[in-house]
Design a protein around this ligand. Structure first.
Ligand code: SF4
Length: 277
């Protein structure tokens, strides 16, 4: 999955949670409730920019759905009142004291665990009951969209934020650290984008001091244009770069003006693009 764009706040009263955490998001203007279905820290990508600390061992792979649902339900219930009077949440600016979203964005690809569809259904039901109107989002690398079971889980979400960091096979494998084929990701994105609009998230960065060159950016834009030409819908493209120190020291941030130029390339192709510098 793609990492959240915002910082994670390890607050003590959520430390006992295994699956649910909270992030204050100025961009989303509120509290973003995060779901981590990958406590084992296993991912089918190995992005060099990944911020998951894999120097320490992860937890068990099996998801205890009852525990997950009770963590999420408890936090959503608290967020309807008492939470904002409790430290450290009482220090959040008044205008940010709202739940902005519930987002599956864990320490690996969230669609991987066999429990994903059931967890998505549980989250949807809890959101409907306790926080109606709050968007339920999935941040994903789209590698498993071709699986029926995963597609059933996708249906529970209001928004799908799908990673697409590259337009050529060699760059894809370098920047996402995988031997999976870019073609599979593109086919999967099209499969789902033909059914409903998707959001594309692109992490653009320097590797060994060099960012994606113009040919790579053109290929990336072309891949998205191909999705649209084949009947897929892309709601918008989010362009962002590394904000915190990644585990791989080869990675660095792209300059804001380069991010803007890349977003402009996407816009020239008719896509809506937003830069998060
Ligand atoms: S998809 Fe990449 S960034 Fe996300 S958890 Fe996996 S390795 Fe990390």
């Amino acid at each position: 999955m793609a990492r959240r764009l915002d910082f994670r706040d390890h607050r003590r009263d959520l430390d006992a949670n295994r699956y649910v955490y909270a992030v204050v998001s100025r961009r989303a203007r509120g509290l973003s409730i995060g779901v981590n279905l990958n406590p084992d820290k296993v991912c089918n990508f190995g992005c060099p920019y990944c911020q998951v600390d894999r120097t320490t061992p992860g937890g068990p792979s099996r998801i205890e759905l009852g525990a997950f649902a009770s963590e999420l339900g408890a936090l959503l219930e608290r967020a309807s009142g008492e939470l904002w009077a409790t430290p450290p949440f009482d220090s959040i600016a008044p205008e940010l004291r709202r739940v902005a979203d519930v987002a599956f964005a864990g320490d690996g690809e969230p669609t991987t665990p066999p429990e994903f569809p059931a967890a998505a259904r549980a989250a949807r039901e809890l959101r409907d009951r306790l926080a109606p109107g709050v968007p339920l989002r999935l941040l994903t690398n789209a590698t498993l969209f071709h699986k029926q079971k995963v597609r059933a889980g996708l249906a529970e979400f209001d928004e799908l934020w799908c990673k697409l960091d590259a337009g050529s096979e060699p760059y894809f494998q370098a920047v996402d650290g995988t031997r999976l084929r870019l073609r599979r990701i593109l086919d999967n994105l099209l499969l789902v984008a033909r059914e409903r609009p998707i959001v594309i998230q692109a992490m653009l960065l320097t590797l060994d001091g060099r960012g994606p060159d113009d040919a790579e950016v053109a290929a990336w834009v072309e891949r998205m244009s191909e999705i649209v030409a084949a009947g897929g819908r892309i709601d918008h493209v989010q362009v962002y770069t590394v904000a915190r120190k990644p585990s791989d020291p080869r990675c660095g941030p792209l300059a804001p003006e380069r991010l803007e130029a890349i977003a402009a390339s996407a816009r020239r192709a008719g896509l809506s693009a937003v830069v998060y510098a």
